[in-house]
Ligand binder design. Structure first.
Ligand SMILES: Nc1ncnc2c1ncn2[C@@H]1O[C@H](COP(=O)(O)OP(=O)(O)OP(=O)(O)O)[C@@H](O)[C@H]1O
Length: 354
């Protein structure tokens, strides 16, 4: 049987962490890569604790080597110069503002943004998250679209997240994606009138109190436009990259440009652009036509020197799949529509961006 990432993680979960718990739940395992019979990973330990972790490192290597199908195992131990600060669970202490912070346990934060509403940002976020999970990445999806949270419906999850200890929040999970939505913290149909400070508090709660576990990437589905949520996210948390979704039309592109300018000012790197609803493919006869034009985003991306990450067709299956709670990447993984998302996910993984 082929060796899987899950089997490796399960073996590592049995290894005690000198600081308590096990190596996986402490978030020590980074950059895990399983290719055929070869396994590579990094154990990240506090700077002054290298010696104390050596037995755990040896035990981890032995446990993975003992797995069926594992031949070469390469383990590297790296040390932080300073230990990560613990998350501020109560939000009671107010540290001095120190610029964007990394969230412990989350390797990368990738924001999915659009200038204009309804261009398919949430559809792209859900499909990209599922496609990255299918590539073996540990993926979180934070639905920060306070004006129209849609990820619970798109990922087919319902119910309110539990908080057994009253301090941390247990996220929901489907299709290998760990998901939390600001929408789940509000009553259904409640008009969102949150402004700056409330949004900031809610976002901080989502980042620090949700038990995301160790993630390779957290995808953040932002509200459309250039408002408080975008600013707070980029100023408080270290966002590794932004992906801008636009339709090919000029009007949507104009708004997308504003979004790009905002991320540039906030010093968030632009990973690239996505043209959604690029070509309409008739679900009956396969005839293709460009309802919203075609190629506008590619031209804009070229002008900006940014990669065009994908051209997603306008296809009935993409909408019905999302409405039905199983994104097309999950419900029709071999379709051309799913492939557009999967190719993008592979490209991001290959370039170590997600
Ligand atoms: N490529 C596509 N083909 C067919 N339907 C699509 C496609 N992309 C999005 N849709 C549909 O368009 C509608 C709007 O998409 P979505 O909710 O993802 O947009 P959005 O940009 O997140 O909107 P908002 O930010 O305003 O909530 C949804 O019904 C969705 O299913």
């Amino acid at each position: 049987m082929a060796l899987t990432r899950d089997a490796v993680l399960a073996a590592l979960k049995d290894i005690e962490d000198p600081a308590g718990g096990d190596l996986v739940s402490q978030g020590r395992i980074k950059a895990l890569n399983v290719e055929g019979t070869s396994v590579r990973f990094v154990i990240e330990v506090p700077g002054d604790k290298g010696e104390a972790f050596k037995p755990a490192r040896d035990a981890a290597e032995a446990a993975v080597k003992a797995l069926d199908g594992a031949e070469t195992v390469s383990v590297v131990m790296t040390a932080h110069s300073a230990p990560k600060p613990p998350p501020d669970l109560k939000g009671a202490s107010k540290p001095e503002p120190k610029g964007p912070q990394k969230v412990p346990g989350i390797d990368r934060i990738v924001a999915i943004a659009s200038g204009k509403g309804g261009v398919g940002k949430s559809t792209v976020s859900a499909n990209l998250a599922c496609a990255l999970a299918a590539e073996g990445r540990r993926v979180g999806l934070l639905d920060a679209d306070v004006y129209g949270p849609s990820q619970p419906r798109m990922l087919g999850v319902s119910g309110r997240p539990a908080s057994p200890d009253g301090k941390t929040i247990l996220p929901l999970r489907n299709y290998g994606v760990t998901m939390m939505s600001i929408g789940l913290m509000m009553n259904e149909g409640q008009a969102v009138v949150w402004r700056g400070p409330m949004l900031m508090g809610a976002l901080q709660q989502m980042m620090n109190q949700v038990q995301w576990g160790a993630l390779d990437v957290l995808i953040v589905d932002l509200p459309p436009g250039t408002g408080d949520v975008q600013m707070t996210l980029s100023q408080k948390f270290q966002v590794d990259g932004a992906i801008i979704v636009s339709t090919p039309q000029d009007v949507a592109l104009l708004d997308a440009r504003k979004g790009i300018d905002m991320f540039t000012q906030l010093k968030v790197p632009l990973y690239g652009m996505i043209e959604n609803m690029s070509t309409h493919v008739c679900s009956n006869c396969g005839h293709e036509e460009h309802i919203f034009g075609h190629g506008g985003v590619a031209k804009e991306a070229e002008k900006l020197g940014a990669p065009l990450l994908a051209e997603i067709p306008l296809h009935l299956d993409i909408r019905t799949a999302s409405d039905g709670g199983a994104p097309v990447v999950v419900s029709k993984p071999d379709s051309a529509e799913a492939e557009a998302f999967r190719a993008m996910a592979r490209r991001l993984v290959e370039n170590n961006l997600a």
